[in-house]
Ligand binder design. Sequence first.
Ligand SMILES: *Cc1c(COP(=O)(O)O)cnc(C)c1O
Length: 368
Amino acid sequence: MDDILFFNLKRENERYASGIKEAVSRVVDSGWYIRGRENELFEANFASYCNTDYCIGVGNGLDAIRLILMGFMELGKINPGDEVILPANTFIATALAVTQCGLTPVLADCDIRSYNINPASVRGRITEKTKAIIAVHLYGQIAAMDELRELTDEYNLLLIEDAAQAHGAVYKGRKAGSIGDAAAFSFYPIKNLGSLGDAGAVTTNHTELSKIIRSLSNYGSDEKYIHKYKGFNSRLDELQAAILSVRLKYLDEDNRRRRQIAKFYSEKIRNNAFILPEAKEWDSHVFHQFVIRTGERMKVQQHLAYNNIQTQIHYPRAIHKQQAYSEMKYLRLPVSELLQDEVLSLPLYPSLTDGESRKIVEVLNSEW
Ligand SMILES: *Cc1c(COP(=O)(O)O)cnc(C)c1O
């Protein structure tokens, strides 16, 4: 049997190859490559998919978060030096976006069962300077948005979704991207909805914010050479937009397949050495990652590698343990610190075959 790759991008995209090639050649022939008809189409489709009034295509997921914060700063709802609360167990982009806007990231600890931001920990970190909470829907599972919304109502804060791992996830009937005041998506190739390069989007129902973000991402301009804001350049190109429109049609089907594999793992992995992910609502989770926990991670990872199965760690260091954020190194966030030492992500993607998932279970259940 061939190696089981942690993610098989080639195989993933082979499934849409004819649609993608057709889309690419349509864009090549159009003679229009940045912000045109393909952007309009994709933005309309994705807004309707997420159930929001607006979608703005941007350059990548980091910029999507940054643009939301900058937009709220232009609106006067956040000011330089204000604090934004985010989980310590996330991809570094969530924190970098805050820092790059001249704001102060404040880390909250995670919940030991969902691995998402813990609302109780958030409450303890709210100060006079707090203006927003960024909820990351980690591994494809939506954060405790109702509890977070209670906090933002009580303290008059903004609630922002980092939905980069949760395209299509549903929370109490609401789609990821439509629950907070604004949401950031990444379409990095390995995300549940991936492009063939860098791409991202913001979704929101906030009319004024949507206009400002569109402008900020295009040099702060709505009218050629007339600049209303000190913006930057973060646009979605027509090629990626056209490719994303092809892939969006299969997103629900792909997420169903991810859930099916996750269910298989959950039912078949029988080994007390592992703590499996808890997914109470199977229909809401889109399993961007299937993450198990074990106190013997190194051994398990080696055992799988010996059997030609690749794994990854999301994430080996919490934000405050990264050198980039050494100013926070003395923070104590016990759950996030436990997770960084114990989490292990198994291969899980729509084109993973039944034979491959069976092999993974077999190896995990065998002696090591
Ligand atoms: C991927 C990711 C991002 C960043 O997206 P890019 O498109 O790579 O900039 C941000 N937040 C989370 C949680 C992510 O997984």
